[in-house]
Design a protein around this ligand. Sequence first.
Ligand code: GUN
Ligand code: ZN
Length: 654
Amino acid sequence: MFELKDRDGLARIGILETAHGKIETPTLLPVFNPNQVTIHPKDMKEKFGTQAIITNSYIIKKYDDLREVALEKGLHELVGFDGPIMTDSGTFQSHMYGEVKLKPLEIIEFQKAIGSDIGTVLDIFSEPEDKREKVETDLKITIERTKLSADNKGNMMLAGPIQGGRFPDLREYAAQEMSKIDCDVFPIGGVVPMMEKQMYFTLMDAVLSAKKYLNPSIPVHLFGCGHPMMFSLAVLAGCDMVDSAAYAKFARDGRMMFSDGTRFLKDIRELPCHCPICTSHTADELRQSPNQEKLLAMHNLYVSFAEMRIVKQAIHEGRIWELAESRARAHPALLDGMKCFRKHADFLEKTEPLSRDLAYLYTSPESYYRPTVSRLKKRIMERYEPPASKYQILFPDATKPYYRSYWEQISKIKDKNNVAYWVDSLFCPVPIELDEMYPISQSVISEHLEPGIQQEKLKVLKEFMDAGIITPEIKHWQGKETIDSIPQGEPDLFDMNLARVKATADIQFGRGAGRALLDGKVELVLSPKTNRIRNVKVDGKHILSMRAGDGIFTLKLAGGQILHKTFPGPKMRVTVHPDSAEFNRKGKSVFAAFVIDADTEIIPGDEVLVVNEADELCAIGRAIMTRDEMLAFKTGIAVKVREGCFELKLKAGS
Ligand code: GUN
Ligand code: ZN
């Protein structure tokens, strides 16, 4: 069973339970070759914090001495590791070295017999060069073998590899078909040659195409992608596990791995590393050491596990995009891998959180193509209701929040006429009243944008005009000249705070939410310190609170009741089982196992309405998962409930 603990989009921290203990993902499984021991598994656990390892059942089966010990005493005893062990099936060996053909069930039975925690199907390896017909035929065999293996897996967890070669649609097909089979891990296969040939775009395309259709509650493994340089990209694309024989293979050739690439020890004058090996040796000492291979393997593992910790910390911080983009700068081929994420922006938007604790950092032109940007653009275009103003002014980007930067200018125009104010932000043109909402204010952006990005911005401005929310007559701010060009007319009734509440509600909950929520006698409670909106009360009822950090609303029960009445289901709804509803009414969170259905538009961080099957409101809270995840996960919190309806009844009655 796999449980989601924390996430940043597709990148996630999870707990995978196995017969030999839990694995906290994302993690690296070092490859252990019993015929070529560089670092003993016991040391791996103690020195490097290795949680699980992977070894090859085919190799164990092939050698009499290994096979006999494994069958008699078990795999864990043979290897000398008491944590979770995953076994591969020999696919790679038979593919690379054309070794004796195995029968698919024979190797499953063997993996079960030796006590593997996670056994692997004998899949057919497709090369990136393989023709479509061949890949299709091989894929069908892999799917059939996976069905057969799943029917016979017994108590062993089963890894069902996703093949499909270089064809994204075949990866999608493979993911759809394999998700129907009872697997416990989905490794992405056939990718080692892509990595070796530095076809990172093709590689990321394979992963993302598969992720789009894979059951989200099953962890994804990336076969053979053990270079720390690409961990952040792999995890950003939704991989939960990777394995590596590279740490040992590279050491054998005198190569050292770093998060920015590989270096030959012979070329190193200064060791750019803080690991215990590099801080206790000079490069010369390493070169002269009779133990060089082991020392380099240790360095490689230290660096790999350190990089995985960096990746995990980035997930907790909400900085996985920044990390991946900066790592991708290490090599143009890796940068191509990063560019593949653009192609999948629509899919990535589904898991893209509503907001993050830390600011959006513009680290490179790729930052412009993050899903947080495309979503903001779409939401403003689709959900924002522009005020009925005669004139529109577009201010250039400025220090945030924009309203403060432009307050002086606005006050000079306010008395003259009714004007709508827009700001030409990096993301898209934004109505000034949205300036405190994530990511508009919570962003740090390079002042000297690349010409390509400036052109993209012009294209978006045109899209806004075509959509009719910005008029072609919009005045690009020219200072006094612009003020003078606005004729004297009706004075402006623009109330910044009210406009902010309405626009934020529309963007966050959907067009029309603002009007419905503010229908009554509105009272805004401002922070005495910052003068910013804290609470929104309507007809005496507290309906919304605005978070100071990201300018996003949290819903109060009274606000939830209004939206529940305003929007017909399934909008904003998470429908729960009657057994759960009673707990949710009392303020307890919703577990994924009890979700019957949910709005497909829900994204992590969204405010949602928890309802029963009769669409009666039970609670309001914040979604942790998307609909697909709520329906797929068997454990973990789907909605963190803030207020249950039971509490309201109690309060009203007391
Ligand atoms: N090791 C590296 N790539 C693969 C693959 O595609 N399938 C299997 N079973 N093992 C691998
Ligand atoms: Zn080192």
